[in-house]
Design a protein around this ligand. Structure first.
Ligand SMILES: [Zn+2]
Length: 335
């Protein structure tokens, strides 16, 4: 018998942020407009031309996921002391700046009212998100002190249980990093991998300049890099420490929750880390399989994939839109 009160956790993917159906990481037109940005993205543009036969303006452009994965793999393979490494870091800085710019000023802001309703429905429960953007942060702003203090604590080295609190409440866990998180990637810096958030007190969207952090690494003085992780297999080795902690806590939170609400997350085949996370959490801490609700425009393929992790008998429900879910939950709250 399932307990009448459930411990829910919300898992968000690109579909939760995007107004359109296309999920951000595989968007074919991601690099559209790159050339018109002047010299700001010159090194990135050269990299795309050399490695992806990128021709500005043509419809067949490399997708962001492929480019980011390829770049990270090269950074991992190449010697830290070589000149090429420094150039690749420059490419990475420009790529992540471009990602940040696209996400910050993109169409996804039209999803904000829905996310604000979701935040109210969530009632301080934890979120696990695969999104790089900060739209959820914006929606969480009214409850900022509740979520952002914990996030800062985790990023700066603390763990959930040190707060003496239930990790299923009040945590915003970003498994692929965030466009407002930074890290030092200099090979020999003792500060390497430590993750910082722009604006320590809260999310501070208005004071946050995306292209100019205005400070370098506290230890080596070099430019900081955005702490973003591409959705690929075997990426754990290059994850900044602060991002790794997100995975540790997400695992704990998923194990404790007896209901997973999965919104706009397509569970990409190549994301082995995500797959093993869900597999590892298929039994809750009480030994039960969590019940799952998939909210997605096209929920069946996602449901089928989760059945392969959770077993054929797992309880997996589906809904086709976030509005439908919100209306049901808001109606329940009024009763
Ligand atoms: Zn450093």
């Amino acid at each position: 018998m399932r307990k009448p009160t459930t411990t829910k956790i919300f898992i968000l993917g690109a579909g939760a942020s995007r107004a359109s159906d296309s999920s951000m990481p595989v968007m074919r037109d991601f690099f559209q407009g790159l050339e018109s940005c002047g010299d700001q993205f010159k090194v990135l543009s050269e990299f795309l031309k050399t490695h992806f036969e990128f021709v500005p303006g043509l419809p067949a452009m490399p997708n962001i996921e492929t480019v980011f994965c390829y770049l990270e793999n090269r950074l991992e393979a190449i010697g830290h002391d070589s000149e090429k490494y420094a150039v690749l870091l420059q490419v990475r800085a420009q790529l992540t700046n471009f990602i940040s710019r696209r996400l910050r000023y993109g169409e996804e802001r039209s999803k904000l009212p829905q996310l604000q309703r979701l935040v109210e429905v969530a009632n301080h429960r934890s979120f696990v998100t695969f999104n790089w953007d900060v739209l959820l942060e914006e929606a969480l702003e009214p409850h900022g002190s509740y979520y952002f203090a914990r996030q800062h604590f985790v990023l700066s080295g603390g763990r959930g249980w040190e707060l003496g609190e239930d990790v299923t409440k009040g945590f915003l866990l970003k498994l692929h990093g965030s466009i407002n998180w930074y890290t030092c990637l200099q090979p020999n810096c003792p500060n390497r991998g430590r993750t910082l958030r722009h604006g320590n007190a809260s999310y501070e969207p208005t004071r946050w300049d995306i292209d100019d952090l205005g400070r370098g690494c506290d230890v080596c003085g070099q430019d900081l890099e955005r702490a973003l992780v591409p959705p690929i297999a075997g990426k754990r080795g290059r994850m900044p420490v602060g991002v790794l902690r997100q995975w540790t806590l997400a695992r704990e939170a998923l194990e404790k929750a007896d209901e997973w609400v999965i919104i706009g997350y397509s569970m990409p085949q190549l994301d082995m880390e995500a797959e093993s996370l869900f597999r590892a959490c298929r039994k809750s801490s009480t030994g039960e399989t969590p019940s799952v609700l998939i909210v997605d425009l096209d929920p069946e393929p996602v449901r089928d994939r989760f059945h392969t992790f959770l077993g054929a008998s797992a309880e997996i429900k589906t809904m086709r839109s976030l509005d439908e879910y919100l209306e049901a939950e808001e109606g329940r709250a009024q009763q």
